[in-house]
Design a protein around this ligand. Structure first.
Ligand SMILES: C[S@@+](CC[C@H](N)C(=O)[O-])C[C@H]1O[C@@H](n2cnc3c(N)ncnc32)[C@H](O)[C@@H]1O
Length: 280
């Protein structure tokens, strides 16, 4: 079954999705809604999008399923390379010198590739410089999508997912083969990550403070206002001199009072600046 979507229904749904997740659909995305929600409509025995919009307000589970279906969970291992190289070669050696426990936030971690890549980078650093990392490193990995988080927590991936950036050497070192087409991440990599459900629209105060935040390839789905709001609130989660990484096609603009761009050649981060109360 495919279902027609009128302009009125499209606008109603667009507003609802943005209200619940911050995800802002552009023009002419009817095909995306139809392909992602067709099955849900069928299973809920709803005949059109207006009925879905009304039901979402009354039914929390349905609301979560709709948002889940509308998220784009595209991700890769060691995505874009530079942030992981900067992390392993520049920031981690500096942070290790403090001998304090380190905390990293992977905001919008999708199916786990980003936090697991960070954890592998930490493991490699520890192996190459025994004793250099005196204290624990904790990674908090969050996402709004329950189905992506379930995969992340499980830490098992088919070859197809592993082919996207996971080299053979890392695969043999940090995964265990569990079946014909299943590799499970080893516990030494998994144990420093805590996966949690979090909508970036809500408060971050329960997460604590971080030395590094990776908020990559998610801001592109949001309005400029929401993006600004998130970046200001992430600033509030960073320890002094902490760094923020955004996606390769994303930028932190108009927040010169909050962040200083750091050039690593190649690659950049945004280092937090202390902000006076009036600027917040
Ligand atoms: C394209 S993936 C990016 C994954 C990873 N950060 C990377 O760069 O490969 C975007 C993720 O953002 C999540 N997301 C979308 N809206 C969100 C929100 N309001 N709060 C938290 N996560 C959200 C989606 O569920 C999805 O997993």
């Amino acid at each position: 079954m495919s279902f027609p979507i009128s302009p009125v229904e499209y606008n109603q749904f667009k507003q609802k999705l943005e209200q619940y997740s911050g995800i802002k659909l552009g023009e002419n995305k009817e095909y995306l809604i139809a392909s992602r929600l067709r099955r849900l409509l069928e299973s809920e025995k709803l005949t059109n999008l207006s009925e879905l919009v009304v039901s979402m307000d009354r039914n929390l589970k349905l609301k979560e399923s709709v948002v889940d279906a509308m998220t784009t969970n595209e991700t890769l291992w060691f995505r874009d390379d530079h942030p992981f190289k900067i992390f392993r070669e520049k920031l981690l050696p500096e942070l290790a010198k403090t001998r304090k426990p380190l905390r990293i936030w992977s905001a919008a971690c999708s199916t786990g590739q980003e936090p697991y890549s960070l954890s592998i980078a930490i493991e490699e650093f520890k192996r190459s410089k025994p004793g250099a990392l005196a204290a624990d490193v904790k990674i908090i990995a969050t996402d709004i999508s329950p189905s992506a988080l379930a995969i992340a927590k499980e830490g098992s991936y088919p070859q197809l997912a592993l082919k996207r950036g996971m080299g053979d050497v890392h695969l043999r070192q940090y995964f265990t083969k569990k079946g014909d087409d299943e590799w499970k991440i080893n516990d030494e990599i998994k144990r420093r990550i805590e996966f949690r459900s979090l909508n970036l629209q809500t408060s971050y105060s329960m997460l604590g403070k971080f030395d590094l935040v990776f908020c990559r390839n998610v801001l592109i789905y949001f309005s400029p206002e929401f993006k600004m709001d998130i970046l200001k609130r992430i600033h509030g989660t960073l320890n002094p001199d902490g760094h923020l990484f955004v996606g390769a096609s994303e930028a932190v603009n108009g927040l010169a009072d909050f962040y200083k761009m750091q050039q690593f050649n190649p690659g950049i981060s945004y280092q937090m600046k202390a902000v006076t109360a009036g600027k917040r």
